[in-house]
Every structure is written in C-alpha cells, then in structure tokens.
Write a protein that binds this ligand. Structure first.
Ligand SMILES: Cc1ncc(C[n+]2csc(CCOP(=O)(O)OP(=O)(O)O)c2C)c(N)n1
Length: 692
C-alpha cells in the first residue's frame, strides 16, 4: 500500500514528471532539426529520476548520471541551466567544455558527472566521508546504469561504501540495455539487487516506472542512511525506450519489449493513477502541461540565443593559476549550495578536536634534527594533520601498520582512524574517495602502496581529478604519494617511474623530491596547492638520503629547479635516482679535470622550470637529460624537443638523453643495472658531449 498521498508531494512529482517529459520531447525534436548537437534520452526513466531525487532533503548531495534529467529538475536545476548546457553555451556549467547532460555547477550539491562509468560512485563515497568528517547528516544519492555495474570501479565503490557503512544510497537504473547489450550478457546474478548484501548493505528491486514506489523505497533508504544505519542499494527496473542516444535506431531491441514497456510509461501510468483515485481534484493537468511546455520552449529559445564561449577560453583554466573565475549563470537555479570553505574549516576543526580527545600527539622533532627522507615525509604529514583539521590520509595499511614503508607510522594512533584511513585494496576507491573529499573542501593525501599500482586507478586521476577544474571550475586539491622508481632490485611491478604518463595528462601536477629538504618542502607546498599533485617519492632515497629537518614553514614552489651542482661546461637536467648518478658523474669528471658540469635537479615535472634550464644552457652550450624512466616518450623527450625549438642557437652539441631502457624493470640487480642509467653511462654521455 503506497503511503504517498500528500497532495503537495503528488503535485510536486507530477510537475517534474511532466517537465522531464517536455524537455525530452523538445530535445528530441531539436536534435532531429539539427539544432541541438546530441541528446541521451531518458524516456522511460522519468519516474526513477524524479522519485529518487524527490526523497532527498535540501542539503543532500546528488551524484547524477546521464539519464538523470528528472533528478536535476527536482533538485533545482532550472530549464535555462539545462538548455544552456545542452547547447554548450558560455553561461552553461561547463562553458562548452563538456557535453549536454554533464550538469553540475561549482559549489553546489549536484556533482557534474564524467563519462567513464562507475567512476562517480567512488566520488560519492568520498563526499559521504567528507560529510561525516564534518559531523553532518548529509545523504549522498548516486546513480549507475545496469551496464555500469559491471565496471571494476563500481564494485570498488560499493565495497568501500559497505566497509565504511557510508550514508550513500545507490540507485541502479536498470533500463535493461547498456548501449547494445542486454541484461543477460551483462551480469550473471538473477537481479542486480542480489549484490547488495554482498556489498554489505540492504537492497531492494523496485518497479522503476512507478514514481510512488520509487519515492517510497528511496525515502526509506535515505532515512536509514541519515539515521546512521548505513548505505543501501536500489535496483530500479525500467526500460530504455529510445536509442542509447538519438543517433541510435535501437534496431537490436525486440519490438515486443518496446511495446510491453510502452504500456507501462511512467508519466501515463502516474496520470492514470491520479485520475482513477481523483487524487488532485483541483488540478487542471492539461493546463499544467501546456504551461510547462511553454516554459520549456521559451527556455530552449533563450538558451539557443545565448552567447557561445569565446574560443580562446578553451586554453584557460586547467590549473588554478590560469582560471579566469568566470561563473555560470545560475540566476534561476534553486540548487542548494555546498558549505563555504570557512564553514568546512570550522566543521573540520570541531571533528578533529573531538577525534583527538584522549589521544596524545607526539611532538615533531625540532627543525635541524637529522632525519631520513622517509621520516621527513612522515613528519610533514604529521604537521598537516596537526595544523590543518581538513587533512585526511587514505591508503592501504597506512593506519594500524603505518604503511608499507612506515611513512604514516603512529599517525593513526595520534589523529584517529577517521583521519588516517585504512582502505580496502582499492586504488579506485582511494583516488575517487579523495576526489569526493577534496571537492567538499577537505585536503586528502593518498598513498599508493607502490607507484605501479596507480595503473589501477588511471581513470580517476586522468579523466576525473585532472579534468574537474577545466570542466566545471571545481578545484581538486589532493596529493597522491607514489613510492616510485627502482635502483633497489624491486622488479617489474615495484619500480615504476610514471611521471611522463601524468605530465601528458592535463590538470595534474607532478613533483619528484630527491632530498630531505625537498621531500618536506614539496610535500608542504603540494598539500596546500589548489590542484591535484602527484608526489613521486623515491624509494631509493627513503633511508639513503639524510639531512636536517626543515622548518615547518619551509616550502618549495612548484616549477622551480634546484642547482645541485654549479658548473660551466655542460648542463645535466635530472631528477629522482638520476640525480645521484649525475652528481657522481660530474664529480668524477671534475676529479679527472675533464669538465665542470652543472647539475639541475628539476624536481617539478609539471610545471617545469624552463627558465632555469635556459639560463644554464646559455652558459654551458651543452645539455644532457638523465632520468630513470624509460626512453620512448619519457619526459626527457619533451625537454629535448623544447631545447631544439628554443635553445638551438645556444647549443654547441646535440641534446643527449641517458634514460632507462624500453623494457620492464627486471628484478635481478645486475639486470636492473643494465636497464637503468648508471654513473658510467652518464660519464660516457658527458664525455661525448664535452668532445663537441
Ligand atoms: C567505463 C566506460 N566504458 C564504456 C563507456 C561507453 N558507454 C557510454 S554509455 C554506455 C552504456 C551504459 O549502459 P548503462 O550503464 O546500462 O546505462 P544506460 O546508458 O543504459 O542508461 C557505454 C558502454 C563508458 N562511458 N564508460
């Protein structure tokens, strides 16, 4: 028996069902007329989108997907916002940078989606963690299609949500088709709801064409989550009544299926129920529909006439340094806004002090105390946990155990397991979780157990974290610590130098410290930076490099090379393990009187210090790049290409590179040596260069 009887709610649901349908009709027509670039119809999904979103409270957070049009409307996106985005206009949420239904403006409680399926569910988990850390009772409502449930990262998200019992309600919009793939080729269990208990949460399968059933099931799940009783999974069964997008004729879908589900159209069904029970006797449905259609028409016309983005704007806003701060037009929007940074700070401080009650925080050694590189990292993390309540650490085994390399030893005891979070073995959940935490105003620092395992979450970094600011103007201030590089016989899966992959991906900053001073200084800067920073810490230096612990305020600006050795005859640009080899080589040449070599420790790959290299090469006229990462498309190629373009007139010799070989890193130390640059290799290259 349905409990949904309140006339205000009944009319609310009706209004949004009719609006969603009217937008559908308008968009389909405009795509046919060639006016609108693209449209992913949600025809048939209206009851699921509207009924779920209607069950939220004002400050809850929506993490929509591409069939969530009705949810956007319910949560307060105006028709103007929807059509401005559909036409990729300058005043739209993504200013022409992302596609039609990827709505979600900065600073609101609707989070703009990315296309890779499953990825947003980890972000939903991170947002829920953030809200918990701020002591809020916010519920996060996230969606996924039946096809999207097969992705690895979706399982990672659900497992993580289940393990931590986060207040996330996940709605599977099972419209029985994922592009051209039916349910029976998508999953082997009987229903997708069967998976709920295995993820550690209750689940239910509902009729997704019945808006009242959808509303009730979601309301109950939201209520449980808000009461601290954990997450839920709702499988809402519908039918995708049109092609995947308007270009798809869906000839592969059996006609009988379309006919059968056509009989269960969510809008018609609800209208029929209202009529049969005379539930809204005063309401003139035809007049309401006509006025909605008029509003839709006017909004779409207004949006069509709005300005297109300035083409030059496409080159701005990848990082906060180049963001122009332009905000989309939200004048008609009634979407609730996210807490401001001041409020986040206050809430985080309250939670941090509550979590800290009864715990003893050990003092950080006084500046000047000799420490190792790994201890400098640990003390810097400690410093941030202590001085900034927004700091949260996430990683595998980082809590109880203190991390594989003990970089977080003792921090969980001092700051609590809610701020030093042991995660499942799930790189996707760690990085997606960090994104969610960061966009809600916290300062997450992730640890990959080894840099190599970042491959398992490439998507979250490259497609999500790296594009967030560019797409919607939302910064993702997070740091990913990656124990990188070889030189210690760690073999093919524990020796990665991933700097070039990430340097090639817009929106990610990359740093490589090689000394105690830089480990502290770069980490300190990275945690305070407004963009995602990959911190490629070098296992080779963990216990080998020692030095005085810097002052807490010591910061190394990103993009500044360090002159590790002055010289006048040749310039070596290097970083990481290459620095040790290059300094040894330079000393050896000097001792033999062969040449006086300058060594620049680049230490920041994105951004990188072209000016320092330029200045040095103008004096030495010779340039050698040394890095342990593989040769082909290594970052040395970028430096060499740039030098050929910009420094040609200053060079007396070709630019040379000494790099890792294009092979996986072998485990046997002698084999590893052959595949990675050694001091004699650097000496030989310098001798050759000096001979020009
Ligand atoms: C990880 C990933 N792989 C492939 C795609 C391409 N793709 C976009 S939508 C889609 C089908 C999605 O099906 P489903 O999750 O059931 O959602 P629906 O479109 O049916 O609502 C595919 C394969 C993608 N976006 N992400």
């Amino acid at each position: 028996m349905h409990e949904v009887q309140d006339p205000v709610l009944l009319e609310h649901l009706l209004r949004h069902l009719l609006t969603a349908r009217a937008v559908e009709e308008r968009c389909i027509r405009m795509v046919k007329q060639g006016i609108q670039p693209k449209f992913f119809s949600a025809w048939g999904n209206e009851a699921t989108a509207v009924g779920t979103a209607a069950a939220l409270d004002r400050d809850d957070v929506l993490v929509p997907m591409h069939r969530s049009l009705g949810a956007h409307l319910v949560r307060g996106h105006s028709l103007d916002e929807i059509f401005l985005q559909a036409f990729l206009k300058d005043d739209s949420h993504t200013r022409g940078r992302d596609t039609g239904l990827h709505l979600g403006a900065a600073g609101t409680n609707i989070i703009g989606m990315i296309s890779p399926l499953g990825s947003m569910n980890t972000v939903a988990a991170g947002i829920a963690m953030a809200e918990q850390l701020m002591g809020q009772e916010t519920v996060v409502l996230a969606y996924i299609g039946d096809g999207g449930t097969s992705t690895g990262v979706f399982h990672e998200a659900m497992n993580f949500i289940g393990v931590r019992q986060l207040p996330v309600v996940t709605v599977i919009e099972n419209n029985q088709w994922a592009f051209g793939t039916p349910n029976e080729l998508q999953f082997g269990c009987e229903t997708l709801a069967d998976r709920g208990p295995a993820y550690g949460m209750p689940s239910v399968r509902i009729d997704g064409t019945d808006v009242r059933a959808v509303y009730e099931a979601t309301k109950e799940a939201v209520h449980r989550a808000r009461a601290g009783q954990g997450p839920a999974l709702i499988e809402s069964l519908t039918m995708r009544m049109r092609g995947h997008a308007e270009h798809d004729d869906m000839a592969y879908v059996p006609d009988e299926m379309v006919d059968e589900w056509g009989q269960r159209d969510p809008v018609t069904q609800y209208l029929q129920w209202l009529r049969d029970g005379n539930h809204l006797p005063e309401l003139d449905v035809d007049a309401l529909r006509a006025s909605i259609e008029q509003e839709v028409l006017e909004a779409s016309d207004r949006a069509r006439a709005a300005s297109d983005p300035n083409p030059a704007s496409a080159l701005t806003g990848v990082f906060h340094e180049t963001a122009d701060g332009k905000k989309p037009d939200r004048s008609n929007s009634s979407v609730s806004v996210a807490p401001t940074s001041e409020v986040v700070g206050e809430r985080a401080a309250e939670t941090a002090s509550r979590l800290g009650e009864g715990r003893t925080v050990e003092p950080i050694p006084t500046p000047g105390t000799e420490v190792s590189y790994i201890d400098a990292i640990r003390h810097c993390l400690h410093h941030h946990l202590q001085s900034d309540p927004r700091t949260v650490l996430l990683g595998q085994d980082i809590g109880l155990m203190g991390g594989a390399f003990r970089a977080t030893r003792g921090l969980s005891e001092q700051f609590g397991p809610q701020r030093v979070v042991d995660t499942p073995i799930s790189e996707g959940a760690i990085i997606g979780g960090c994104i969610g935490l960061a966009i809600r105003g916290l300062r997450p620092v992730a640890e990959m157990q080894f840099a190599d395992f970042v491959c398992s979450t490439f998507n979250e970094l490259v497609n999500n974290a790296g594009t967030f600011r560019y797409r919607i103007g939302v910064g993702v201030p997070m740091v990913v610590r990656l124990p990188s590089a070889g030189g210690i016989g760690a073999g093919p899966f524990h020796s990665l130098n991933p700097e070039a992959w990430f340097a090639h991906s817009p929106g990610l900053k990359v740093v490589v410290p090689s000394t105690v001073e830089d480990a502290w200084g770069l980490l300190n800067t990275a945690i305070d930076d407004e963009d995602p920073v990959l911190f490629l810490e070098q296992k080779y230096y963990y216990r080998r490099a020692k030095g005085p612990l810097p002052d807490p305020e010591h910061r190394v600006p990103l993009g500044c090379a360090r002159k590790a050795r002055a010289g006048k005859d040749a310039t070596v640009v290097t970083w990481g393990v290459g620095l040790d080899r290059s300094l040894e080589a330079a000393d050896s040449l000097a001792a033999r009187g062969v040449g006086d070599v300058e060594v620049l420790d680049l230490r920041s790959i994105v951004p990188w210090d072209k000016e320092a290299i330029s200045q040095s090469v103008r004096q030495t006229s010779r340039l050698l790049v040394v890095h342990e990462a593989r040769n082909t498309c290594g970052f040395g190629s970028e430096i060499a290409a740039w030098a050929a373009e910009e420094l040609f007139e200053w060079l007396d010799a070709p630019v040379r590179r000494v790099t890792g070989a294009d092979v996986p890193t072998p485990s046997h130390k002698e084999l590893e040596k052959v595949t990675t640059p050694q001091t004699p290799d650097v000496i030989a290259a310098l001798e050759e260069l000096l001979g020009w």
